[in-house]
Design a protein around this ligand. Sequence first.
Ligand code: F6P
Length: 319
Amino acid sequence: MKRIAILTSGGDAPGMNAAVRAAVRKSLSMGMEVYGIERGYEGLLDGDIKKMEWKSVGDILQRGGTMLRTARSERFMTPEGQDHAAKMLDTFGIEGLIVIGGDGSFRGSMELDKRGITVMGIPGTIDNDLGYTDYTIGFDTAVNTVLSLISNIRDTASAHERTTIIEVMGRHCGDIALHAGLAGGADVILVPEADLDINKVCRRVLRGQQSGKLHSIIIKAEGVEIDSMELAKEIEERTGREARAVVPGHIQRGGTPSGRDRILASLMATKAVELLYDDEESQAIGIVGNDIVHYDLAKALEVEREFGEDIYELAEVLS
Ligand code: F6P
């Protein structure tokens, strides 16, 4: 392939810029022309497509967000929108597309693939909710951001001898809660993949209190269907210890990407460019163990995410 394009789509994730940078510079180093599409599929429909040079991606490696900006495009979800998007790529003479995003963005890519466009999907989402890859770009940074929040909360929770619920992002996937919970020494981790048992939660809080703990930290994924403030009230009533709930929200999605996310992004983007250069069919790039892997895009989307039962159980033992 001689001319390719890149877009970022869906919720931004720290490390997306590192992926854009690597995709642009790797393409140029291989003699390909590369275009940046602004605001994801939305910008593609509007023809917001610009040629990228080596310098276009200077000074972005360390930044969160995405220099290409992003969107969740309603228009692209219709067959007419998808036809129009494919035509737009054709008009610009773009033969292959790199899409950096999550599950919804990849499903959009499949529609372009059906219309003859080769798409390489790079998993960029803090949620880590794609089954075919161990990690997605942005997840590691989000976990580290939550860890720093847990440290802050510990100080004030200890000072007041309180229970604090920290509600973390992750839509239908509990991975941020799970990993930050284990690494942050949470007393309780609540995820959508496991049943919520309020009696058990209160027993753990009480056990901590009785053993002299000054605070209890509960990490709850947003996908757990109970309002965090309500839960705090209920725990307070049942345990007799003051409780608060904190929802850091989009704070978890910004910030400078971790080294690990930058490396992951650079390696995955490089693989995507190489696959396009070799005229491969549409693929989803991932990491399994220490290896950068790629699978047929449609097949990758069929893989169900496995819940980290081992981490969940270990966190319970260690808390
Ligand atoms: O998918 C990433 C994510 O941050 C989820 O964790 C969260 O549920 C959602 O996006 C929030 O979306 P928005 O930024 O559109 O409110």
